[in-house]
Write a protein that binds this ligand. Structure first.
Ligand code: MN
Length: 129
């Protein structure tokens, strides 16, 4: 037990992945990664993240499909899933919430927005706490 909060980052874009990983690592989160929805489900079968950051457009299986599968499984349903998505309208936001996402982070990803969204989704639970 490290006491760290474990975040599963599902992202196929190299630069986005590096950016998010750096922000989270600097802030004492543990980051595990998957490149698409199928890999994400594979990770869930053997590991238990506290939260999932899910890109929408992914090869093999997209973020919406993967999230639908995650949220339909009782074993994974409680894990918050935040969509990483290009700037969205109010109706896009509502549509995402209807698809099971617990929130969203706008691209380009901003340091403060990312950390606040994660903290909100975890109800204030902090790394190392
Ligand atoms: Mn992508």
């Amino acid at each position: 037990m490290t006491g760290k909060i474990k975040v599963l980052l599902v992202e196929d874009n190299y630069m986005n992945k590096v950016l998010v990983r750096e922000i989270l690592t600097i802030n004492k989160y543990e980051v595990i990664e998957a490149r698409n929805g199928i890999e994400a489900l594979g990770v869930l079968a053997r590991d238990r993240p506290d939260l999932i950051l899910m890109d929408m457009h992914l090869p093999e299986m997209d973020g919406i499909t993967a999230t639908r599968i995650i949220k339909s499984n009782e074993a994974y349903r409680d894990i918050p899933v935040l969509a990483i998505t290009a700037a969205v309208s109010k109706s896009d936001e509502e549509e995402l919430l209807g698809k099971g996402f617990d929130g969203f982070i706008s691209k380009p990803v901003e340091f403060k927005d990312l950390l606040e969204s994660i903290s909100t989704a975890l109800r204030g639970k902090k790394p190392g706490a």
